[in-house]
Design a protein around this ligand. Structure first.
Ligand SMILES: Cc1cc2nc3c(=O)[nH]c(=O)nc-3n(C[C@H](O)[C@H](O)[C@H](O)COP(=O)(O)O)c2cc1C
Length: 257
């Protein structure tokens, strides 16, 4: 199959999902159109046709894809368009997230030819899976991408339904009840408020975060140019200790092609 456009779409508050989907995309094509869902819905993606390819990556939030992204994915319209689906998670579990992403793509007219769950540093508890994806991960990511690339070469508009790990109905979405805090060195630049995908940070006063809106995605922490936002406090420190203990054994990537 000769591709027209290859899209690399991702939601990546801390950057690991982008790193992994971009590595996959670079094996599939030299010319990639990147779509960053952190900047909101993408209306221009409604015209994807069967000669295009969609590579899409989502981080796992409590065993699901971030629910804020569901309307964005529902805005994508494929025409029997081949897609590669990826979820990236922090060495705990990916739950129903990959199945959910593949189901959504299927409903939107895409044919998932490859799906993978890869591990990266846990964005809430950075000591968990620290340093991942590492060289071993990347060699698996490249192997997965090469298999997908081969399948795309042979793609003729039909693809068998892949059997993806996960269960339906999916586990209910769960809100993480720890929110980032701002410290006094904050310079009021407003970068965090501008980037927040759910508008939880007050533009006029970045010390104010609406904890009911906040999805703890970590975008504000990653984006702050002076490191003025972080998770802290007794509740967070206690949860971190539990996670470090519970999620210290290495989990290897899994994929379905
Ligand atoms: C709110 C939230 C919930 C998360 N839930 C899970 C989870 O259920 N399982 C897991 O292994 N990792 C979980 N993680 C870790 C992320 O999936 C992981 O760090 C991912 O690489 C983040 O992607 P990003 O760097 O592109 O933002 C969670 C992270 C956040 C912020």
């Amino acid at each position: 199959m000769d591709f027209n456009r290859v899209y690399n779409a991702y939601f990546s508050p801390s950057g690991s999902t982008k790193k992994i989907t971009s590595a996959v995309a670079s094996v599939i094509s030299d010319t990639i159109t990147s779509i960053d869902f952190l900047n909101g819905p993408k209306t221009e993606l409604s015209g994807i046709d069967k000669n295009d390819v969609l590579i899409i990556g989502m981080p796992v939030f409590a065993g699901r894809i971030p629910q804020v992204c569901v309307p964005y994915i529902k805005n994508l319209k494929g025409t029997n368009t081949p897609a590669v689906a990826l979820v990236v998670y922090g060495n705990r579990a990916y739950g129903d997230a990959l199945l959910e992403l593949c189901d959504l793509l299927d409903e939107q007219g895409f044919r998932v030819i490859g799906a993978g769950a890869f591990v990266a540093e846990h964005s809430l508890f950075k000591q968990v899976a620290h340093g991942r994806p590492d060289n071993e991960d990347f060699s698996q990511i490249i192997r997965f991408a090469s298999v997908c690339s081969q399948k795309l070469e042979e793609f003729e508009g039909f693809s068998e339904q892949l059997s993806i790990k996960g269960s339906r109905p999916y586990s209910p979405p769960r809100k993480i009840s720890i929110g980032p805090k701002t410290v006094s060195k904050c310079s009021d630049c407003g970068v965090c408020a501008k980037l927040c995908p759910v508008g939880a940070i007050d533009y006029r006063d970045p010390f104010k975060t609406d904890i009911d809106k906040c999805i703890s995605c970590t975008a504000c922490i990653a984006a702050c140019p002076i490191g003025a936002r972080s998770f802290r406090g007794f509740k967070y420190n206690t949860a971190e200790k539990v996670f470090i203990k519970k999620c210290s054994s290495r989990i290897e990537p899994e994929w379905f092609t």
